[in-house]
Write a protein that binds this ligand. Structure first.
Ligand code: ADP
Length: 200
């Protein structure tokens, strides 16, 4: 475990990225595991040779990056494919996260991990878990604002993610990001940050 490390998680549209940015503003050193996964699977990314070997050349899109749409369909239809994908990606994400965390220079490390609830590995790695939570209707309302999204797509992602109750059950603190202005959210994040910094 990294002493002082915070694991940050939340469902799509919960406001997790917003909270991550607020924590960075307070001095946290952010390790964004989604961004790491995207880099690893971009053209020339470190995971691409192993993914091409595991799933064949068709897993690589014409731009040289992982064909995310194809992988999403594959993983949805075949649990074995999900296991193989994770067997390639997870160790690489873990290693890169460790490398980035080592650059913290004394700042508290915040690991932004969308799948933290599902991962015993991540939970043992952090001292505290912060969950950003809100009603499903709020999640959907936020996600449909994003270009290319609609309600069905938002609900499909929510259905694949850990249920809210399960996510809250692993939390040391929950931020209920419903009916909060951004300023009120910032106040809550600031108060929690101060408390956790004081507790050490
Ligand atoms: P996530 O990372 O959990 O998917 P984001 O942090 O990107 O979610 O938030 C989704 C959208 O909702 C963003 O446009 C963000 O600005 C907005 N948002 C989040 N929390 C609030 C809030 N308390 N008040 C107003 N807008 C919010």
């Amino acid at each position: 475990m990294v002493v002082g490390a915070i694991g940050l998680t939340g469902g799509i549209g919960s406001g997790k990225s917003t909270v991550a940015r607020l924590l960075v503003g307070l001095g946290a050193h952010l390790v964004d595991t989604d961004a790491i996964a995207r880099r690893l699977t971009a053209r020339g990314g470190a995971a691409m040779p192993a993914l091409a070997a595991a799933f064949g050349a068709e897993a690589v899109a014409s731009d040289g990056a992982l064909d995310r749409e194809l992988m999403r369909r594959l993983v949805f239809a075949d649990a074995g494919a999900k296991t193989r994908l994770e067997a390639v990606l997870h160790p690489l994400i873990g290693a890169e996260a460790r490398r980035e965390a080592a650059l913290a220079a004394g700042a508290a490390v915040v690991y932004d991990v969308p799948l933290l609830t599902e991962s015993s590995h991540w939970r043992t790695r952090v001292q505290r878990v912060l969950v950003v939570d809100c009603d499903e209707a709020t999640q959907v309302a936020r996600v449909v604002q994003r270009p290319g999204w609609n309600e069905a797509a938002a609900r499909a992602v929510i259905a694949q993610q850990a249920p809210r109750r399960q996510r809250r059950a692993i939390a040391d603190a929950v931020i209920h990001n419903d009916g909060l202005t951004l300023a009120a959210l910032a106040d809550e994040v600031g108060a929690l940050w101060s408390l956790w910094q004081a507790l050490g």
